[in-house]
Design a binder for this molecule. Structure first.
Ligand SMILES: Nc1ncnc2c1ncn2[C@@H]1O[C@H](COP(=O)(O)OP(=O)(O)OP(=O)(O)O)[C@@H](O)[C@H]1O
Ligand SMILES: [Mg+2]
Length: 215
């Protein structure tokens, strides 16, 4: 299973959702999980130091002639049952999404979670070809407009339930025509846990409970 988390606006909570989902799937899948970072924040969100050496950018730059297991060999340990392919340095190319998904699909992990970040060309390509594409969205009118105009409809939405908003899950479902698969509470305790680098050590219960049914 390949799950891609993406957004249409910066700071939506995509990395936090991708990190929590990868931790959850690593516990659940007998063959563990692989997290793939297109945005650059996933190691820090998982409480890791920046992995040294090449990452996804460098792997994509080599092209199709790269050894079949080369991407897997770039992965670092990121927790019990969880491995991580970091973003690497420099800009991400536009293409290569299908090649990336084929490479992770061949790998040993039972589940793959891609943090694709805001909707770049590569993010849309990876989201479009994944088993499950989850748009992480705040109940914000401007974000909803962008989601409607995006070149891809997600399989489902993960809604970050900020308080005092007038839009809710039913509005999002009606406008986008896709289900809201999870409603994650907006909880300052989640942000503090990320800030302290403790997400993987103490995955907050409300986050875990909300995402259990998301993938
Ligand atoms: N459910 C939540 N409750 C409270 N704060 C949250 C929640 N989810 C994320 N945050 C906080 O919101 C901020 C943005 O989160 P995050 O980095 O995951 O967003 P992003 O969509 O990945 O951003 P970017 O577009 O920069 O990649 C962070 O400070 C994070 O700790
Ligand atoms: Mg991010």
């Amino acid at each position: 299973m390949i799950v891609t988390c993406w957004s249409v606006k910066g700071g939506s909570g995509t990395t936090v959702v991708a990190a929590a989902l990868s931790l959850l799937l690593a516990r659940r899948c007998p063959h563990g999980a692989l997290a793939v970072d297109l945005g650059g924040d996933l190691p820090a969100a998982l409480g890791l130091a920046e992995p040294p050496g090449p990452g996804l950018v460098e792997w994509l730059a080599v092209g199709p002639e790269v050894a079949p297991d080369a991407l897997d060999r770039l992965a670092v340990e990121a927790g019990p049952g969880l491995r991580l392919v970091s973003r690497g340095a420099g800009p991400l190319p536009e293409g290569g999404g299908e090649r990336l998904l084929a490479a992770v699909d061949r790998g040993p992990s039972g589940a793959v979670v891609v943090d694709a970040g805001p909707s770049s060309g590569l993010a849309i390509e990876v989201a479009g070809a994944a088993t499950l594409s989850l748009l992480v969205l705040r109940p914000c009118y401007l974000a909803l407009r962008r989601a409607l105009a995006a070149p891809l409809r997600p399989s489902a939405v993960v809604l970050i339930d900020e308080p005092h908003r007038s839009l809710d899950a039913a509005d999002v479902e009606e406008v986008l025509g896709v289900p809201v698969r999870a409603v994650v509470p907006y909880d300052p305790a989640i942000a503090r846990c990320v800030d302290a680098g403790l997400l993987s050590a103490r995955l907050p219960r409300p986050l875990l409970a909300a995402l259990r049914s998301a993938a």
